[in-house]
Design a protein around this ligand. Structure first.
Ligand code: PLP
Length: 386
């Protein structure tokens, strides 16, 4: 019997990795499953971005291994994007590191900064990968609770009580998934002050800021944050390029060099035509975001109707690619509801429990399906009684 390593005993296969097999097995031409569960944009990237990929891919000299630091044009475009939308000035030379997606960056950063036993603060509810990766490096995870009573805001008073001297890494996700809340500038300033005082690293994972949000914000725009903070971002949601696997991290040179040490030993530079297309995408400008958000706004109206039909309630001010909603009082298990809707109505939503104990009692609906699919889902729920 060949035993697996102890570290994987502490993690489960990713919920969607298993659940989507079940979703697919229920799909049939007569009664297709409408997947409103995952945040994988169904819309296409801008045609000029696809053209740039095509044009580059037919060249003979683009197929070799690429620099681990990414091509300079991509780093320059990322610096321009952050200056334009986030008011953050970065050196394209040494403060930006392109990555194969920001999910991969979560692993690189954790490996670069966290020793076994180090304390890592993780949001609950939150993106499950922060905790899973912390488990893989045998860190000591401490979840910090976000609560509906506090409008899901980061509660700095609560954070201050968490023995911060023992903390090495703080996972911040603003705008936050799944709650759709963006933290105020004052909150981020207080968090940065705490990180300086107790010497821990903040990593803001920021893939949703361009979706249904006008107030683009980066932790790196907070005064003094660059001493203690790194930011992750990607083209997955903002440019409909989730499958392309294009992300990056930003921070001071010492942080980037540490991450590069891990990255350069684990993976390689991305395919050059992808990087060329990525810098094209980053230069699309305001029109792109306007047209993208027009579509999401229409879908959001339909998503709200579905949520109302299910007897759930939600905060209208949410931003991002999802709608996070509270179950009616007579339903306590998000998992049971989601399974019931999947099996009876062939509509898949995400149960809130997968984002942590604070997510139990909530569901998440994704805006990544077309108008027809939303309308069909709504029709199927016509006679639904919560
Ligand atoms: C909060 C959050 N961070 C990171 C990711 C990963 O995104 P990427 O495609 O950039 O790896 C996701 C994807 O769903 C996410 O929801």
């Amino acid at each position: 019997m060949i035993e697996t390593a102890n570290r994987i005993k502490s993690v489960e296969e990713y919920y969607f990795s298993k659940k989507l097999q079940e979703v697919r097995s229920l799909d049939s031409p007569d009664f297709p499953v409408i997947n409103l569960g995952i945040g994988s944009p169904d819309l296409a990237p801008h045609p000029t971005v696809i053209q740039a990929l095509n044009d580059a891919a037919i060249k003979p000299d683009v197929h070799a291994y690429q620099s681990y630091r990414g091509i300079p044009e991509l780093r320059t475009a990322i610096a321009g994007y952050y200056a334009q939308y986030f008011d953050v000035k970065l050196s394209a030379e040494n403060e930006i590191l392109p990555l194969v997606g920001s999910k991969e960056g979560i692993m690189h950063i954790t490996q670069a900064f966290v020793n076994p036993g180090d304390r890592v603060l993780v949001p609950n509810p939150g993106y499950p990968t922060y905790g899973a990766v912390a488990n893989l490096v045998q860190a000591n995870i401490k979840y910090y609770n976000l609560r509906e009573e506090n409008n899901w805001q980061l509660d700095i008073n609560l954070i201050e009580k968490l023995e911060l001297d023992k903390v090495k890494l703080f996972w911040l996700n603003s705008p936050h998934m799944p709650t759709g809340v963006q933290y105020s500038k004052e909150t981020l300033q207080k968090l940065v002050a705490l990180a300086k005082k107790h010497q821990f690293l903040i990593v803001n994972d920021n893939p949703y800021s361009m979706i249904l949000n006008k107030d683009y914000q980066s932790i790196l725009s907070i005064e003094g944050a660059s001493e203690v903070a790194i930011e992750l971002n990607s083209l997955s949601k903002s440019h409909n390029m989730a499958g392309w696997r294009l992300g990056w991290c930003m921070g001071k040179t010492e942080f980037i060099d540490a991450i590069l040490k891990v990255k350069s030993n684990m993976d390689s530079g991305m395919f050059k035509p992808l990087q060329i297309a990525a810098f094209k995408a980053l230069k699309l400008g305001d029109d792109w975001f306007e047209s993208l958000n027009t579509v999401y706004k229409e879908r959001r109206v339909l998503a709200e109707k579905i949520i109302n039909k299910l007897g759930c309630s939600f905060d209208e001010n949410q931003q991002g690619l999802f709608l996070w909603a509270k179950l009616p009082a007579n339903i306590s298990s998000s998992e049971e509801l989601v399974d019931h809707l999947l099996h009876e109505y062939r509509v898949f939503l995400s149960p809130g429990f997968i984002f942590g104990t604070q997510g139990q009692g909530y569901i998440r609906i994704s805006l990544c399906a077309n108008e027809n699919q939303f309308k069909t889902a709504l029709d199927r729920f016509q006679n639904y009684q919560p």
